[in-house]
Design a protein around this ligand. Structure first.
Ligand code: B1M
Length: 236
């Protein structure tokens, strides 16, 4: 490779000099590379050019994260890269969120998520939260070590479509059933889509405890959430 070509690769791209299509394409690349400052700048440029926040969200950010999700699922990207992409996405979302609230645009959906009682693993859950936010969901993250009361209070307060639970220990995963059984006892089980995940779980376990879906990873969680929320809204 010539010196000139190296120089070209290193040269900073002037985002404001790109037309809209080129800029959106560049933002997909920047999200993929986890470049938060560039995503913030690109988001502002599109808004200044008169794009609505919902259009910036859908075409520049959500589409970019969809590509990240696919490559994560296929083992091309790994956890650190996805965390950086999600962080860049958050930069753009920080600008768009207040504007979206102003315009009253309907969010893709809302999820309460937390790691279950007795369990302090949160890396995977955080990744799921970030990817869900990246896909346009509003996420209320309850953190780790949640007894059933925490989930119930959050469901009551935030009225989400989805309840997400994470467990990484074989000793804590049965607690998911405690939460679901409590919802059944209260007669509110069908008010929510219950999605569960964590390394020791599998499809069979998800079914056995009465969850709506077991999610192998964060990308699957996003796709599953989109599908199940759309189905729930269509049937309402
Ligand atoms: Co712990 N730990 N750990 N640990 N730890 C495991 C889980 C273990 C498998 C390691 C081992 O022995 N090989 C083992 C469990 C064995 C078992 O249960 N059979 C274990 C143990 C035993 C323990 C302790 C008991 C150790 C001890 O103290 N003696 C202790 C438990 C403390 C407690 O929770 N009460 C403990 C502690 C810790 C640390 C604190 C040191 C640390 C956690 C730090 C943190 O989370 N902030 C830790 C870590 C890092 C691990 C390993 C090495 C990595 C977990 C991880 O973050 N994976 C883990 C070994 C392993 O899994 N290979 C291990 C990366 C993450 C991205 O993947 O969490 O699977 P994961 O999330 C994925 C999917 O599962 C899915 O999407 C995520 C992203 O794609 N997903 C969801 C997860 N949650 C979801 C929720 C959804 C949807 C999808 O809802 C909709």
């Amino acid at each position: 490779m010539s010196e000139e070509e190296v120089y070209d690769d290193d040269e900073e791209i002037d985002l404001s000099a790109l037309d809209n299509d080129e800029l959106v394409e560049q933002m997909h690349d920047d999200l993929y590379d986890g470049l938060r400052d560039e995503i913030v700048e690109g988001t502002n440029i599109l808004l200044e050019r008169g794009w609505g926040p919902d259009k910036v969200l859908a075409e520049a950010l959500v589409e970019g994260m969809r590509i990240v999700g696919i490559d994560f699922r296929d083992g091309i990207l790994f956890v650190p890269e996805v965390l950086m992409a999600a962080n860049a996405m958050k930069g753009g979302m920080g600008i768009l969120r207040p504007l979206l609230v102003e315009t009253g645009a309907e969010t893709i959906g809302k999820m309460v998520i937390g790691t279950v009682k007795g369990d302090i693993h949160d890396i995977g859950k955080n990744l799921v939260s970030m990817m869900m936010e990246g896909a346009g969901f509003e996420v209320i993250d309850l953190g780790i070590n949640n007894p059933v009361e925490n989930y119930l209070a959050a469901l009551e307060e935030h009225k989400p479509e989805i309840l997400g639970m994470s467990a990484l220990l074989t000793t804590t995963m049965p607690y998911m059933k405690v939460v679901i059984d409590t919802l059944v006892e209260q007669g509110t089980r069908d008010d929510y889509i219950v999605m569960v995940g964590g390394a020791p779980l599998n499809e069979e376990f998800g079914q056995a405890i009465g969850a709506d879906a077991y999610c192998r990873d964060a990308a699957v969680a996003v796709e599953t959430a989109k599908t199940l929320v759309a189905e729930k809204r269509a049937s309402a």
